[in-house]
Design a protein around this ligand. Structure first.
Ligand code: ADP
Ligand code: MG
Length: 246
């Protein structure tokens, strides 16, 4: 009789957890839901799987640390960001996903409707904010300033996972303001892990195999191994600006 009660209680809890996970996943607004188990690490052999799995334990969220995923298109930055977000949700952490382009659109809309401060507050509420695709669209001055305020407000309080196809040295061009770019990076990188993925595009692997596609952007330099770096304290930018990009 007691064991039946215990099982029922356990089921009740898991049903509640399941509802919570479903709700949090909906609120996160992921573009797709994929897990780390769906990530083929053998396709990116230079990526440190143990390190990524360690990040999936979401301890970085408890410490308000950030993760920066850098690399060219198709190497799995969004997949990894979403997977880490899903892993965080499974541990009861609230997550919100935005592309930087979405953010630019929202800022333009919010300025018209005079609700930029409310937006800032809303984006500071989730424990983990995923900002995808920094660098694909240039940021106008207002969006760049909003992004800076967002990063500053979340500094050491709420984690950010940011993905980008741009090296840190190129951020000045993305936000058209080198001082602001430096200030953003200063806060983002202070307590952070940078994962630099330099492998091939997963999207193009089949086409490449079939000989349909050849890389028009390929540089004559040999691709080096993927690298990751944990930064903490002063000197983060100096260290990371040596990232040689794409
Ligand atoms: P990026 O954000 O770097 O441009 P994505 O994460 O969007 O790349 O990956 C493109 C597509 O390829 C997605 O459908 C993603 O799930 C898949 N993908 C990328 N890398 C891998 C991988 N190593 N294993 C499995 N699927 C992958
Ligand atoms: Mg992407």
């Amino acid at each position: 009789m007691w064991s039946f009660w215990i099982v029922c209680k356990a089921l009740e809890v898991s049903a509640r957890v399941e509802r919570d996970v479903t709700m949090k996943t909906r609120l996160a607004r992921f573009p797709f839901v994929k897990t780390l188990d769906q990530f083929d690490f053998s396709f990116q052999p230079a990526l440190n799987e143990a390190q990524i799995r360690e990040l999936a334990a979401a301890r970085f969220v408890a410490h308000g640390e950030n993760i920066l995923l850098l690399g060219p298109p198709g190497v799995g930055k969004t997949h990894l960001a979403v997977s880490l977000g899903v892993a965080a949700i499974l541990q009861g952490i609230s997550v919100v996903f935005f592309t930087v382009a979405d953010l630019v659109d929202l800022v333009q809309q919010d300025v018209k409707e005079d609700r930029l401060d409310r937006r800032l507050h809303a984006l500071c509420t989730p424990k983990l904010l995923i900002l995808d695709e920094m660098g694909y669209v240039p940021l106008d001055q207002r969006s760049a300033q909003f992004l800076f305020r967002l990063i500053s407000r979340r500094y050491q309080k709420g984690s950010i996972i940011l993905t980008s196809n741009k090296s840190y040295g190129e951020w000045g061009d993305v936000v058209s303001d080198y001082v602001l770019a430096t200030a953003m990076l200063d806060r983002l990188l202070h307590y952070s892990t940078t994962i630099n993925i330099r492998g091939e595009s997963y999207r193009l692997r089949e086409k490449r195999r079939a000989g349909v596609f050849h890389d028009l952007t390929a540089k004559p330099v040999k691709a080096g191994p993927s690298a990751s770096r944990k930064t903490q304290g002063a000197g983060a930018i100096e260290a990371d600006s040596r990232y040689d990009g794409l």
